[in-house]
Ligand binder design. Structure first.
Ligand code: ABT
Ligand code: MG
Length: 148
């Protein structure tokens, strides 16, 4: 079954959106298989955002993601990588459609509430970067036959 990595960024945590965000993915029919709150180290932030290391916004991005607690999650289900990106919405919340998390809750590209893996290889890399295998809990929701 497909898995993705999602992280509620410090702005999402500070604004009290943890419950709302988790509820959206639960209600869609996805299964939460990993969940933890952490303060992100500079090392983890620089690895996570490694693809942006030469961009002008990189130092600000690392400062932001390390500025407060983050809720890191692994979600499982059919098509979850692409569907989660759709549910999250465009990178700049001003361009994100109403109904998406960024469209509903954000106005600033540097405060865009939640991260989601953008492809299968990224999801695998990010899950391995943020979680140890024994922190992930595979389980069968009993409602499965009503979702699939
Ligand atoms: P992430 O889920 O955080 O990776 O965002 P997304 O994949 O939608 O967008 P990308 B391009 O990966 O942006 C990474 C973070 O960089 C911030 N950013 C991006 C800026 O601050 N200015 C910019 O011009 C661009 C392109 C937004 C993303 N995270 N935050 N916070
Ligand atoms: Mg990205």
């Amino acid at each position: 079954m497909e898995r993705t990595f999602l992280a509620i960024k410090p702005d999402g945590v500070q604004r009290g959106l943890v419950g709302t965000i988790i509820q959206r993915f639960e209600q869609k029919g996805y299964t939460l298989v990993g969940l933890k709150m952490l303060r992100v180290s500079r090392e983890l932030a620089e690895q996570h955002y490694g693809e942006h290391k030469d961009k002008p916004f990189f130092p600000g991005l690392v400062n932001f993601i390390t500025s407060g607690p983050v809720v890191a999650m692994v979600w499982e289900g059919r098509g979850v990588i692409a569907a989660a990106r759709k549910m999250i919405g465009a990178t700049n919340p001003l361009n994100a459609e109403p109904g998406t998390l960024r469209g509903e809750f954000g106005v600033d590209v540097g405060r865009n509430i939640i991260h989601g893996s953008d492809a299968a290889e990224t999801a695998e890399r990010e899950i391995n970067l943020w979680f140890q295998t024994q922190e992930l809990v595979p389980w069968e929701p009993s409602l499965t036959s009503w979702v699939y």
